[in-house]
Design a protein around this ligand. Structure first.
Ligand SMILES: Nc1ncnc2c1ncn2[C@@H]1O[C@H](COP(=O)(O)OP(=O)(O)OP(=O)(O)O)[C@@H](O)[C@H]1O
Ligand SMILES: [Mg+2]
Length: 249
């Protein structure tokens, strides 16, 4: 269970998060939507303890992680799988070594066991025979799958996805959505995804929150959001024609 309470963060005079609150029941997926620069990535970075708020709390399974400092914070981060905006694979490492990274850093597992986990996680992501490839040789969709495989290597209890479908064509994006759902069904992690892709939000979310000017201006199920009458919400949802339709005739 993740409980974000009155979270407030500014950079200089810019208030990015102005006291937001929401909670994500164990095993469910919350999706935060919002335009570019509204603070979606900043929010995620508070949930894995990479940023400290000015005020408010992020309580994960009863522990306020904003009050943690190393080494407790590092121990907490091992329970969190983060899929970064743009995948953020290590360019100089093979696919296998990307997936193995946290295992080598934080466990004493044998090479054999690490190899087994690499194979298992890549298989779960629908990938095989790419262990020795370099990230530069992969398509965007494959990179994203590898980034997810890397994030789940330590079997996290919390999954954070930053724009998991950004930059992918609609079919590839949908295959990533399906993988996120499949992971939720198999791992039962508590997940927060941030995105401005409404098709993805509607598909993967148990609950959706729309961020604007530092606050949530709408929240609810996919159906609630589809039916929301707020002009800003309507504009945000309606402004997203299917990508096929966006191609000039
Ligand atoms: N470390 C930082 N120092 C100063 N300002 C920051 C920092 N990180 C984020 N910001 C500012 O906070 C605001 C929100 O940034 P954030 O990256 O969270 O947006 P976002 O919603 O993730 O946008 P996008 O959809 O483009 O990824 C932006 O105006 C950004 O410039
Ligand atoms: Mg972002």
């Amino acid at each position: 269970m993740i409980e974000v309470q009155n979270l407030r963060k500014s950079f200089g005079r810019q208030i990015v998060l102005d006291g937001i609150s929401f909670s994500v029941p164990r095993g469910s997926t919350a999706v935060v939507i919002g335009g570019s620069g509204t603070g979606k990535s900043v929010l995620l970075r508070h949930i894995n303890g990479l940023l400290k708020p000015e005020a408010g709390q992020v309580i994960v399974d009863g522990v306020d992680i904003t009050q943690l400092y190393e080494p407790q914070l590092n121990a907490f981060r091992l329970r969190v799988g983060m899929v970064f905006q743009g995948s953020a694979l290590f360019d100089s490492l093979t696919v296998a070594e990307n997936v193995a990274f946290a295992l080598r850093e934080h466990t004493k597992y044998s090479d054999g066991k690490i190899r087994t986990i690499i194979r298992e996680k890549l298989h779960l992501m629908g990938l095989s025979d790419i262990d020795d490839k370099m990230p530069a040789e992969l398509s965007g969709g494959m990179k994203k799958r590898v980034a997810i495989a890397r994030a789940i290597a330590l079997e996290p209890e919390v999954m954070l996805y930053d724009e998991p479908t950004a930059g992918l064509d609609p079919r590839t994006a949908d295959s990533i959505n399906n993988l996120i759902i499949k992971l939720q069904e198999t791992m039962h992690a508590t997940a927060v995804a941030v995105t401005h892709d409404m098709a993805s939000a509607f598909k993967i979310a148990d609950r959706i929150y729309m961020l604007k000017d530092g606050n949530f201006i709408a929240e609810g199920t996919a159906d609630d959001i589809r039916g929301n009458g707020d002009p800003d919400v309507r504009k945000f949802i309606g402004g997203q024609a299917p990508a096929e339709a966006a191609v000039p005739a």
